[in-house]
Design a protein around this ligand. Structure first.
Ligand code: NAD
Length: 302
């Protein structure tokens, strides 16, 4: 990383600091919530449902609850045993759909195997679907309707716009085609008038595709797969991957991009951790705020 430059503030301008961006976004949301309470007399509320004892899910749910409260919103946590049936979970979703204090509903995935996750997602009122996974919200995103956008790709888009401004005409390569990251990411970039290539496990010449990209978004789940010599000089690299590996006898989190070799080539790059990861919960809170304003028929405060 020979070309690392540190600016007067002691930060590296090449590194896209998602953690700092997310802090600012949460501060803005907290101000908007206060304004809604003072001027409109309501508090946005987020319900998070956790089924079972998955340790990673427990941490996510705890973090979501804490950050919801820190922003001044109401947090409703529902923890159900791993033996919960699909019918029982659907009954809870129905109750939350009808509760006017709940503006956003999220069911933490994965759910135990007796429950069909898509049936649960599609039971959530699309206007309260703050994860943006409901088929209606996927359709709205694809057709230019007013929906709720999945949080991780939405966070990536904000980081890209903050760095590049207008994205129109740029060639973006999204690696990964999942419903929660790759596909909505590609759709968001298309909506910004990028020329979009979606690469995936069957793509023939992945390095060649990535070499043509002004913007690379990697959402694969394979540690350090994208190498520096795949990156066009000056391209902006967004690394969504979160992979836990063992190195030198220690556990470590790495992305889908080989940061050490990509850093010198990239014009800007997100680190792992501290890049895309912190944006996801911030965008979940932002979606809850948007959903609450729409349900109350009021404009989002500035
Ligand atoms: P997924 O497993 O659902 O999808 C992975 C995609 O990668 C698939 O579409 C597949 O076609 C593609 N792929 C697999 N092997 C490939 C290869 N060799 N070459 C090219 N493409 C290949 O994963 P996901 O849910 O989209 O998540 C992707 C990564 O992003 C994971 O590391 C996950 O942990 C991370 N993630 C992070 C956040 C966050 O908040 N930062 C949120 C969601 C997911």
């Amino acid at each position: 990383m020979s070309d690392r430059k540190i600016d007067a503030l002691g930060t590296d301008p090449k590194v896209i600091d998602g953690k700092a961006f997310a802090v600012k976004l949460r501060e803005k949301i907290a101000r908007q919530v206060k304004q809604l309470q003072a001027e409109r007399g309501f508090t946005p509320g987020l319900a998070v449902v956790l089924v079972g004892e998955d340790p990673a899910s427990k941490v996510y749910v705890r973090n979501k609850g804490e950050q919801t409260k820190e922003c001044g919103m109401a947090s409703f946590e529902h923890k159900l045993p791993a033996t919960t049936t699909q019918a029982e979970l659907l009954a809870l979703i129905d109750q939350l759909n009808k509760d006017p204090k709940v503006n956003g509903i999220l069911c933490q995935l994965p759910v135990p195997q007796q429950i069909d996750p898509q049936a649960i997602i599609n039971a959530i009122d699309p206007d309260k679907d703050v994860d943006g996974f409901h088929v209606v919200n996927a359709g709205r995103l694809a057709t230019g309707g007013q929906g709720l956008v999945p949080c991780t790709p939405y966070g990536c888009l904000l980081l890209l716009k903050d760095r590049l401004g207008d994205l129109s005409g740029k060639h973006a390569v999204v690696i990964g085609r999942s419903n929660i990251v790759g596909k909505p990411m590609a759709q968001l970039l298309l909506n910004e008038s990028c020329t979009v290539t979606i690469a995936h496990s069957k793509t023939r010449d992945l390095p060649g595709e990535v070499r043509r990209a002004d913007i690379v978004v990697a959402a694969v789940g394979r540690p350090e797969m994208v190498k520096g010599d795949w990156i066009k000089d000056g391209a902006v690299v967004i690394d969504v991957g979160i992979n836990r590996i063992e190195r030198d006898g220690k556990g470590k989190l790495v992305g889908d991009v080989d940061y050490a070799s990509a850093y010198p080539k990239a014009g800007a790059i997100t680190p792992v951790p501290g890049g895309v990861g912190p944006m996801t919960i911030a965008l979940l809170l932002n979606n809850t705020l948007i959903a609450a304003c729409r349900q109350h028929g009021v404009k989002l405060p500035d």
